[in-house]
Design a protein around this ligand. Structure first.
Ligand code: SAH
Length: 272
């Protein structure tokens, strides 16, 4: 939250923007602060990965959809950013609701930057990012200390700029668990690049689609066979986890079947 002093630094006639992480899909996975921001919002700008159920928290707010179903393929990022600035300059409290965490591969950083350049107060409310939700969904402890001491969040989307292009061979040598966003389409090429970089073909891979939603699916393969999964996951949000920690999934999935939802207690002690 902003202090009075911070707000007085800005033009009082301006509105403000709160960039809110909606979490991975399940509406219960938004933070308490995110819920409060929605309840206080006058305008909500949202897209596909944010669950529209969350709009029930702000029934009187004007909701503006800027996702892929908005007539065209997608509202261009510059238009969304300009809309945020314009709504705030009109004096509104705007919530920009973004799937997962607003700064994780979501271009929230660009939006926050544009707001700062326009002198508009902007608060960022973090969210549960897809990699964390996918680990929980698949029962994969991303940094189990016996198997991985690092975790990498990486995009599988081929970037045009050479400087920011992913060096898969370098990642293959880190021993880190790899959490790959936006990698479904290029899964065969990514798996090939990782094995060429030194990871064994037997390295386990989990692919979690629609993590945290009732439509969630978990598929487990190896780097050698992962390419075959690509056609079954296209068109769904998919998070790919690569690393030895994926072998632990079975144990934790059994444990979550023993979970007592009312109290949230998981009887790990009952698991062999
Ligand atoms: N800001 C978001 C990521 C946006 S990039 C976050 O923090 O999670 C979009 C990519 O995120 C998708 O292509 C997919 O790889 C991943 N993703 C988002 N939601 C997901 C979900 N519920 N299940 C699996 N992957 C998801």
């Amino acid at each position: 939250m902003f202090s009075k002093e911070q707000i007085s630094l800005y033009d009082q006639s301006l509105g403000r923007v709160t960039l809110v992480g909606a979490g991975p899909g399940d509406p219960e996975l938004i933070t308490v602060r995110g819920q409060r921001a929605l309840r206080e919002a006058e305008v909500v700008i949202y897209d596909d990965l944010a669950n529209p159920e969350l709009l029930k928290l702000c029934p009187t707010a004007r909701a503006i959809y800027v996702g892929k179903r908005a007539g065209r393929h997608c509202v261009p990022q510059e238009e969304t950013t300009a809309l945020l600035v314009a709504e705030a300059q009109a004096g509104h409290h705007v919530v920009r609701l973004k799937g997962g965490d607003p700064l994780m591969f979501g271009r929230g950083g660009e939006e926050a930057h544009a707001l700062a350049a326009a002198g508009i107060p902007c608060e960022i409310v973090p969210g549960v990012t897809a990699a964390i939700a996918a680990g929980a969904a698949a029962g994969v402890p991303l940094t189990h200390r016996d198997h991985a001491s690092a975790v990498v969040f990486v995009t599988g989307h081929e970037c045009a700029k050479a400087e920011t292009r992913v060096d898969w061979a370098a990642l293959a040598k880190t021993g880190a668990t790899l959490c790959i966003y936006m990698g479904a389409r290029r899964l065969p090429q990514i798996a090939a690049a990782l094995t060429a970089g030194g990871l064994r073909e037997s390295t386990p891979v989990a692919v979690v689609t629609n993590a945290s939603l009732p439509t969630q699916e978990v598929r487990v393969a190896t780097l050698g066979s992962a390419g075959e999964l690509a056609p079954t996951i296209l068109g769904k949000p998919a998070l790919i986890i690569v690393g030895e920690v994926v072998r632990l999934a079975e144990v934790l999935t059994q444990a979550s079947a023993l979970a007592v939802p009312a109290s949230g207690v998981v009887e790990l002690a009952n698991v062999a």
